[in-house]
Design a binder for this molecule. Structure first.
Ligand SMILES: [Zn+2]
Length: 84
């Protein structure tokens, strides 16, 4: 797993590789393009030969996809609709 955007204090941000934000790539959960100021995760994907080698998702879309509605610190306002 890799991550992009600003550090949100999770272990993944310490232990895993930080990569450039994949701007314009469709989030695999919501399908909307990832923006320059989004945060999220990148997973290796072992699908068909024609499938992309990695899948990217907004942080909050990932949280919802695994049944977590990640709490937001009071001092961090939502930056876009994907983070509410
Ligand atoms: Zn998304």
């Amino acid at each position: 797993m890799k991550w992009f955007g600003t550090d949100w204090g999770a272990p993944v941000c310490r232990d895993e590789q930080h990569v450039p934000t994949p701007v314009g790539i469709g989030c695999y959960v919501c399908g909307k393009p990832i923006g320059a100021h989004d945060r999220g995760l990148v997973f290796p994907f072992h699908g068909e030969p024609t499938d992309p080698p990695e899948l990217s998702t907004h942080l909050r879309c990932f949280g919802r996809s695994v049944g977590l509605d990640l709490p937001r610190p009071e001092h961090v306002p939502p930056r876009n609709e994907h983070e509410r």
